[in-house]
Design a protein around this ligand. Structure first.
Ligand SMILES: [Zn+2]
Length: 129
């Protein structure tokens, strides 16, 4: 489901209680593409972790994705990817929880973990501390 602005998302259709449409919407134009399967997994990760997650980037409109140097076919453009800040979290536990929740793509960054529901793959150097 796509909305030109996250304010347009009907409350009744939003079932991911630990997240708000604003957190999932594009930081570019405020639009939002809702991928229910990916959001179900994110919500499950949140439940497994038992603590708040800070989402640095979720859906990205095409222009914003290009601006931040995202891959042309980035899963962020399909609402299937989330960058989760790792500060304040046990990042290894976060990774385990994301695997358990069924995420299949993992990108390891110094300050965040990228997860998505695309083709199984990993990139970046897994944290060495
Ligand atoms: Zn990402």
């Amino acid at each position: 489901m796509y909305y030109e602005h996250y304010d347009q998302v009907p409350q009744a259709s939003w079932r991911w209680k630990h997240f708000a449409p604003r957190e999932i919407a594009s930081k570019g134009d405020g639009s939002i593409l809702i991928d229910e399967e990916a959001l179900d997994k994110l919500e499950y990760v949140r439940e497994l972790m038992g603590q708040p997650l800070i989402i640095l980037s979720a859906y990205r409109d095409p222009l914003h994705n290009a601006k931040v140097g995202g891959a042309p076919l980035s899963q962020h453009k399909f609402g299937k990817a989330f960058d989760i800040r790792i500060a304040g979290l046990d990042k290894w536990r976060l990774l385990k929880c994301c695997q358990r929740a069924g995420f299949t793509g993992f990108g390891y960054y110094r300050t965040f973990l990228h997860v998505d529901t695309g083709k199984p793959r990993t990139w970046g150097k897994i944290w060495n501390s």
